[in-house]
Design a protein. Structure first.
Length: 579
């Protein structure tokens, strides 16, 4: 029995089962209401049989995770702003999307490197398998359409012959009948000419990350990976601080209980019995602290972090699991942190004779510190300053605890503030300084003459400040530094400075770059992942054809991957004419 995939999450209402019912994306919940009739505009090439639907539900997609960046669209502004679900019976024509599930990948986490690597291998295999399907599909479509046109042409010619015979026999034929036949034949000839211009169908193999609208999934995985990376660093800092606190606390506790320990030793108790007091204290304190930390971390701090990560996505909450292995490790680390210092400090003190333990501990012998040897500086210190300096070197454990505690806390604080400051400035710099255009208009070769005239008039209007014609390609490239294929934008232009709409700079030196005849300009992140430097080669596939591109320079770019190429070098690298 087939297993359903890519199911939506029902937010309100019921699942659309009738032809007239529709489920709308939840981001439009405030704009529309249940029971309202929604009429859709009929787009060219649409397979929908009807345009009027009744809204019966608000849902969240299982594939489009982001509520803000839903992906690209072939109409409107080019950005998907909403989506809807209707019954399958509302569509005419065959399905144009297949979703595949591999049983061998069910055990792997979607965010793991093993899963990404395995999916990438499956994607490469399918891409290779479908490499020649475009030609076969085009020939099949032309054959079917040609046979249909042949039948229509044969029928019209037969009618024409019958009319001619009828006219020869003295019958009267109107000019309207002849015009209808001639118009039909002309329409068939026009369809044949149009059929000859049909582009080759393209087959794309997407993963959940590269699927149009999958930006939310990719961002979620990236944010989860970032949180995981940070979570591997912070516990180490906090653990070291906790170890210093425990060591200092237990040292002071043993010192305060020195005379009591001497009394017990004098009464005949052995060292083991006396040390048990300190070990039990450490066990109780560490166990209580560890259990409280586990509960707070898992049920208070983690939900806050996850709410921040899931903000702006369709994911309401992530189920939290209490990992037994991590719990046991935390308890063991907490016990070790408390017991070992307690045991070491107590054993060191109890090494003395009971008579010595009954006496106050002798003060540490005075000795000159380093600052005292620097006489010009030492003479200028006040009495309190000298006492403070001596105490710092006298109580080294407390000094280290303070230094590392404050240093760790401030490091975590500045890490958070630094990350926030860096991320908040990236978008403004990327889309305000580097990418200076507002829209990327992609021409549809199948667009009508009317639509092309409207576009031409719009581009020539005063609303458009600047424009630049370019050749634009969207590539899917597998680079060595990434487990999944990366989306790469290839822009080819005859203007070496890209009309001032894209600023090409070298980040470290600030040097301004321009397109040349000897290579391409590659964005910094892509060059880093592909491990290429200026003067080296980068291999890509443009429209399925492998090409070896020389990297002339690396430009500053923070969001997305891009390759900028001059028209001359494009023709040199691909052997194809620039259009």
């Amino acid at each position: 029995m087939p297993v359903a995939s890519s199911q939506f999450q029902l937010v309100q209402g019921k699942k659309p089962l009738k032809k007239s019912e529709l489920a709308l994306s939840s981001n439009l919940k405030g704009k529309y209401r249940l029971g309202q009739t929604l009429e859709l505009a009929k787009a060219n090439g649409s397979q929908l049989k009807r345009t009027k639907f009744k809204i019966v539900a608000f849902v969240k997609s299982g594939e489009i995770w982001s509520q803000e960046t839903m992906g690209t669209a072939s109409s409107g502004t080019g950005q998907l702003e909403a989506y809807a679900y209707v019954a399958k019976s509302n569509f005419s024509g065959p399905a144009n999307l297949a979703r595949l599930r591999y049983s061998s990948l069910r055990q792997d986490s979607f965010a793991s490197k093993a899963y990404a690597k395995a999916v990438s291998q499956k994607q490469a295999g399918l891409t290779k398998l479908l490499a020649d399907n475009g030609d076969q599909r085009l020939q099949s479509m032309k054959k079917q359409t040609g046979q249909k046109l042949d039948r229509q042409e044969s029928s019209l010619k037969k009618q024409q012959a019958q009319l001619a015979l009828y006219q020869q026999q003295g019958g009267q034929v109107t000019k309207k009948q002849l015009k209808q036949l001639q118009a039909g034949l002309a329409k068939i000839q026009a369809a044949r000419k149009q059929m000859a211009k049909w582009p080759k169908p393209s087959y794309q193999v997407y993963t959940r990350a590269s699927l149009p609208g999958g930006e939310g999934y990719q961002n979620f995985v990236s944010e989860i990976s970032s949180v995981a990376a940070v979570s591997n660093v912070f516990p180490v800092v906090l653990y070291l601080v906790a170890a210093l606190v425990v060591l200092t606390t237990m040292t002071r506790f043993v010192d305060e209980e020195r005379q009591n320990a001497g009394i017990f030793r004098a009464l005949g108790y052995n060292k083991r019995d006396v040390i048990q007091k300190f070990i039990i204290y450490g066990l109780v304190a560490s166990t209580a602290g560890s259990v409280l930390g586990i509960l707070l971390g898992n049920y208070f701090i983690s939900p806050i972090i996850l709410r921040i990560v899931c903000m702006g996505s369709v994911i309401d909450q992530v189920p939290l699991k209490l990992h037994l292995s991590l719990v046991l490790f935390t308890l063991a680390a907490g016990l070790a942190t408390a017991v070992l210092p307690s045991l070491w400090v107590a054993w060191r003190e109890l090494a003395e004779q009971p008579a010595s333990l009954l006496l106050p501990k002798a003060p540490v012998a005075g000795s000159k510190i380093l600052l005292e040897r620097i006489k010009p500086l030492w003479r200028r210190l006040s009495f309190n300053g000298k006492v403070t300096a001596r105490n710092i070197f006298r109580y080294k454990q407390r000094m280290l605890m303070t230094i590392f505690g404050v240093a760790g806390s401030v490091a975590i604080l500045f890490t958070g503030l630094g990350i926030r400051s860096s991320i908040s400035g990236i978008a403004a710099h990327q889309f305000g300084q580097l990418l200076r255009y507002d829209l990327l208009v992609v021409k549809n070769p199948q667009a009508s003459q009317k639509a092309q005239k409207e576009l031409k008039a719009k581009l020539a209007s005063n609303d458009v400040e600047r424009k630049l014609p370019v050749a634009f390609y969207q590539l899917q490239e597998k680079v060595p530094g990434s487990d999944e294929a990366q989306a790469v934008s290839l822009i080819v232009s005859q203007d070496k400075q890209l009309g001032g709409l894209v600023k090409l700079d070298e980040r470290t030196s600030g040097k301004q770059l321009q397109l040349s005849q000897n290579g391409a300009v590659v964005s910094e992140k892509l060059a880093s992942l592909a491990q290429v430097k200026p003067g080296e080669a980068l291999r890509v596939k443009i429209n399925g054809q492998a090409a070896k591109i020389k990297v002339a320079a690396v430009c500053e770019m923070y969001a997305g991957h891009a390759i900028y190429m001059s028209a001359d070098y494009y023709e040199k690298a691909t052997g194809k004419k620039y259009q």
